[in-house]
Structures are given as structure tokens and as C-alpha cells.
Design a protein around this ligand. Structure first.
Ligand code: FMN
Length: 301
């Protein structure tokens, strides 16, 4: 997720059971024009299984960027699903679904020249459901895995994700993962059941809630899962905050962390007030004081 899945969030997610993760999407052209910014987004050697997601419209740029970055990640993923206007206006992201042959050609070219697996993150279609056509073409082009966010690009985030659409993919030669509207462990199990997918991708549901990854595994393996108590929630929130500060520096680390606070404090007493005060915090010590004031000194371990 652009703006979210930076190194601190990926590490917190792995520690709570995520099996694999992606970098934020990286523009192919920026690899040659803004490498300093790109280098901040690349996986670190300590990450168990992180793929590098690239977006672009030009085959040559995508190919060259992937060749240059491949050694940093476990796989290269092509974004063929982003619906953001400024991205699709330039023929990138979800716009690749307007010309499927071009998308298939990109995957074939990457497979020919890269030594890591090539995967695709996509949607059901541009403006209508073409899931079989997309699956068949990508599998034939050599893709190693496909994740479908079960909406069309035109839909953006409207309506409900249509998990069932993926069940039409028959005779799977490569793994298919389902994405969209998975906010609880029960949702993940249901999405996999209904779609027939090999696994599920969790995006918004993991923001400020990294426990969801191990909860899914526990629900599948043992039929139940544990819910973290207040001390654990605040403890992990502060650990995530410290990782952010270590990675971005104090000021930026705290500002970048604001978007995670709502998730970590959801349904806690006075959480709205806490969140609005946290938006004004500029240093770690003030964050700790605020936590103590709202949740008591006992939550700081
Ligand atoms: C803020 C935000 C940023 C996202 N950035 C990306 C991205 O960079 N690459 C990508 O493949 N999908 C991206 N997505 C889509 C998610 O990966 C996911 O497919 C979508 O949000 C549906 O899943 P969810 O309901 O679990 O959030 C983004 C979604 C959101 C909300």
C-alpha cells in the first residue's frame, strides 16, 4: 500500500505472522530519476519475503527498473490495478488492463530477463469482469502468481469486492490470491472459501492491526484466535512508532505514524480524543506522556 507499507510496517507485519509483503509501488521511471527516494522503499536484507512492486506504462523502463532492483527483493511484482487518476492517466497501474496484450508482453519480457519470480497485482478488469482472460493470459506469459483485488479499476473502491468472480478460474497452473474487503480473520477464511483462492492478501485491515495475520493462521489451524489486550496493543503501537522514528527520524517518523494511530486505538475508551491530540505530537517523549495520560502508566513496559 502506497504511503503505508514502508520498512517499519512490513517488519511489524512479519513479526505478527505475515507470510510475504510488498514494497510500496515504485514508479519504473523514478528508478532512474529519483533513486535516493526509491532506495528508501527497497526491502532490507532482514526481511523474510518482500517483493518489489513496480508500476509504469513503458516496457523498456519497467524492464530496466526491474533488472536494476531485482537483487533487493524476493520477487518483482507488476502493478496492473492502481485506479488513481494521475497513475492511469499516464497508462500505468490499472490502465494496463485496457490493453491486455501489452500487459502479457511485459510479463513475458520480464520472465525472459529476470532471475527472480514475476508476479502481478491486478483487478477483475478495466470496466468489466475479465478475470478468466486475465488469468489465462498471465499464466501463459509465465507469471508466477497473481493477486486479484476483486473489483474493476473503474469501480475504484466502490461496491463490495466480488470474491466469487475468482471461482471461475479453473485448472489453476499458478497460485491466485484474493484481495479486497478482508478486515477480520473470518473475512479471510470466507474470501478464500468463496473465491477458491490459494490465499488472501490483507491491506487496509492490517493498518494498526498487525495481529490479523497470525489470527488468520490460528483460525485456520485451531479454529480460534486470540485478541490482544490493551497493554499489548499499546506496546506494539509504541514499538511501531519507535521503528518509524528510527527509519524516518523523529519528526517525520511521528508524522508518518499518524495514519496508524486510529487502527491501534480503535474502540478504546476516549480514542477519538487521543487521536486528535496525537496529531499535534512532535516528539517521542510527548507521545509517551499522552499514552500515559490516556491509558495509564501500566501500559508502558
Ligand atoms: C491507501 C492505499 C494504498 C494502496 N496502494 C497500493 C499499492 O501501492 N499497490 C497495490 O498493489 N495495491 C495498493 N492498494 C490496494 C490494496 O493492495 C488492496 O488490493 C485494496 O486496498 C483492497 O484490499 P483491502 O480491502 O484489504 O484494503 C492500496 C490501497 C490503499 C487503500
Amino acid at each position: 500500500m502506497a504511503g503505508y507499507t514502508n520498512l517499519p510496517f512490513r517488519m511489524i507485519s512479519y513479526r505478527h505472522g505475515a507470510c510475504f509483503a510488498y514494497t510500496e509501488m515504485i514508479a519504473a521511471k523514478s528508478v532512474f530519476k529519483a533513486y535516493r527516494a526509491v532506495s528508501m522503499m527497497l526491502p532490507s536484507p532482514e526481511e523474510p519475503f518482500t517483493g518489489i512492486q513496480i508500476y509504469g506504462s513503458d516496457l523498456e523502463y519497467i524492464l530496466k527498473a526491474s533488472e536494476k532492483l531485482q537483487s533487493f527483493g524476493k520477487f518483482i511484482d507488476i502493478n496492473a490495478g492502481c485506479p488513481v487518476k494521475k497513475v492511469i492517466k499516464k497508462g500505468m497501474g490499472g490502465a494496463l488492463l485496457q490493453d491486455l496484450n501489452k500487459l502479457f508482453e511485459i510479463v513475458r519480457a520480464l520472465k525472459k530477463s529476470l532471475s527472480v519470480p514475476v508476479t502481478v497485482k491486478t483487478r477483475l478488469g478495466w470496466d468489466k469482469d475479465e478475470v478468466e482472460q486475465i488469468y489465462n493470459g498471465l499464466a501463459k506469459s509465465g507469471a508466477d502468481m497473481i493477486v486479484f483485488h476483486a473489483r474493476t479499476v473503474k469501480q475504484m473502491f466502490r461496491g463490495k469486492a466480488d470474491w466469487k468472480a475468482l471461482s471461475r478460474i479453473r485448472d489453476r497452473a499458478i497460485p491466485v490470491f484474493v484481495s479486497g474487503d478482508i478486515f477480520s480473520p473470518e473475512d479471510a477464511v470466507k474470501a478464500i472459501e468463496i473465491s477458491g483462492a490459494d490465499g488472501a492478501l490483507i491491506a487496509r485491515g492490517a493498518v494498526g492491526n498487525p495481529w490479523i495475520f497470525s489470527q488468520v493462521a490460528s483460525l485456520v489451524d485451531r479454529g480460534f484466535y486470540r485478541t490482544p489486550d490493551l497493554e499489548e496493543r499499546i506496546g506494539v503501537m509504541l514499538e511501531h512508532l519507535r521503528k518509524n522514528i528510527e527509519f524516518f527520524g523523529e519528526k517525520k517518523g511521528i508524522v508518518e505514524f499518524r495514519k496508524f494511530v486510529a487502527g491501534y486505538t480503535r474502540n478504546l475508551k476516549r480514542s477519538r480524543e487521543f487521536r486528535s491530540l496525537f496529531m499535534k505530537v512532535e516528539d517521542y517523549d510527548s507521545a509517551i506522556d499522552l499514552v500515559k495520560e490516556f491509558f495509564g502508566s501500566g501500559v508502558i513496559t
